[in-house]
Write a protein that binds this ligand. Sequence first.
Ligand SMILES: *[C@@H]1O[C@H](CO)[C@@H](O)[C@H](O)[C@H]1NC(C)=O
Ligand SMILES: *[C@@H]1O[C@H](CO)[C@@H](O)[C@H](O)[C@H]1NC(C)=O
Ligand SMILES: *[C@@H]1O[C@H](CO)[C@@H](O)[C@H](O)[C@H]1NC(C)=O
Ligand SMILES: *[C@@H]1O[C@H](CO)[C@@H](O)[C@H](O)[C@H]1NC(C)=O
Ligand SMILES: *[C@@H]1O[C@H](CO)[C@@H](O)[C@H](O)[C@H]1NC(C)=O
Ligand SMILES: *[C@@H]1O[C@H](CO)[C@@H](O)[C@H](O)[C@H]1NC(C)=O
Length: 350
Amino acid sequence: MWGIFSYAFVVGGCALQALASYDFVPDVTGMQLGKFVDPLPVQYDLAGSQAFKSNISSSYWASSYIYGSDNHQYLAVSHFLSLESGVSVRRSSILDVTNSCFYNQSTTIAGLPSSVSGNTTGVKIKFDDYGFISTTDDPLGSINIYSTDPASIFNITFSLTSPVILNGGQGSFLWETVIANEWSMPKGTTTGSLTSGGKSIAIDPKRSFTWYDRQFQSSGASQWTWFALHTTNSLTKARKSYSIWFSPDGQGGTKGFATVRAQDGVQVVVAANLTTRGSSWLSPHSGNEYATAWTLKLADGSFFNITSIRKDQEMIDSQALTSTYEGFVNVEGEGVSGYGVVEIQPPVSF
Ligand SMILES: *[C@@H]1O[C@H](CO)[C@@H](O)[C@H](O)[C@H]1NC(C)=O
Ligand SMILES: *[C@@H]1O[C@H](CO)[C@@H](O)[C@H](O)[C@H]1NC(C)=O
Ligand SMILES: *[C@@H]1O[C@H](CO)[C@@H](O)[C@H](O)[C@H]1NC(C)=O
Ligand SMILES: *[C@@H]1O[C@H](CO)[C@@H](O)[C@H](O)[C@H]1NC(C)=O
Ligand SMILES: *[C@@H]1O[C@H](CO)[C@@H](O)[C@H](O)[C@H]1NC(C)=O
Ligand SMILES: *[C@@H]1O[C@H](CO)[C@@H](O)[C@H](O)[C@H]1NC(C)=O
């Protein structure tokens, strides 16, 4: 019955979407490092960068765009973050994109798990209720992410089958006052299951994918807005993936840039401007105010209207010590449409 609506039908801050509104299509070409990465003067080795490092801030982030066996589309987010101080944050969320009234998340602050102290090559983050673990000897092979916290239950395995986005062109950029290292694998093949409404939902690997993001640097920026977007040109059907950063420049201004990867794996870096539209959302959980709609302009002339499909997509721990917005967004541009995730980090509070 929801299929009759071609646009979102808003009920009390959440919405019903048409079934299969979004084209979640994985890349199956492989990373093609020899073609796209090896010739570039990147300052670190991608495979080597998978290993955990305790003396810097280290982030493993995944967002899985899922077509489920119940014909609903889902977004599952998994993030493990560790700070130089030895504090870690692990968080997971599931949003039913087709019926965005269903959202839940769990965020836990802890120390480092003992699994990271071993001499591992890939990623090995293992808690009782959360995992982010390489399942292949090749650190750039496959990764299993799971959450058994009752608020968000999933067990997903993805493979690194996409040409990467080297953020800033080389995978390193000035992030407020520090040099951040970040590479993104936008559309890896994905299998597994998640739980929604108490039912186990199987993932359709042909219509699902995962964006994997590895970032590490000393310390970090004080606040930012980041977009991971995917668009399809309505005429040519050409697809693009974007990693777009807006962060303070340390002198009262903002730096903005998009690293854009075309379907064939070729990437370009363009300057970007962001303005907020519409009303913001005041979180009753944290007191933070989050923008929920934006106009994004790129220096190549493209522009996009971006809108969160549900207001409350805030990931926050039970004591409200740390909060970050990780929201599914709808994207409309001239002749293109798409979707993605916005990450909003309010001024860091802990
Ligand atoms: C972190 O430790 C590694 C060796 O374990 C070292 O190569 C690197 O320089 C250190 N980084 C910082 C920021 O101290
Ligand atoms: C880690 O493994 C490498 C290669 O196997 C070895 O050279 C190194 O000594 C090991 N480091 C520790 C701390 O065990
Ligand atoms: C989220 O999950 C927790 C744990 O199961 C539950 O107590 C809570 O009611 C859920 N919240 C929502 C909004 O569904
Ligand atoms: C996730 O699924 C895999 C494959 O079915 C299984 O081996 C593993 O035990 C599961 N993990 C959890 C935490 O349930
Ligand atoms: C971004 O904004 C600045 C300042 O208003 C302007 O100079 C620049 O041309 C804008 N760039 C784009 C891509 O719109
Ligand atoms: C973006 O939103 C503005 C304001 O609502 C509207 O005028 C414009 O047509 C939209 N552009 C696209 C490409 O959807």
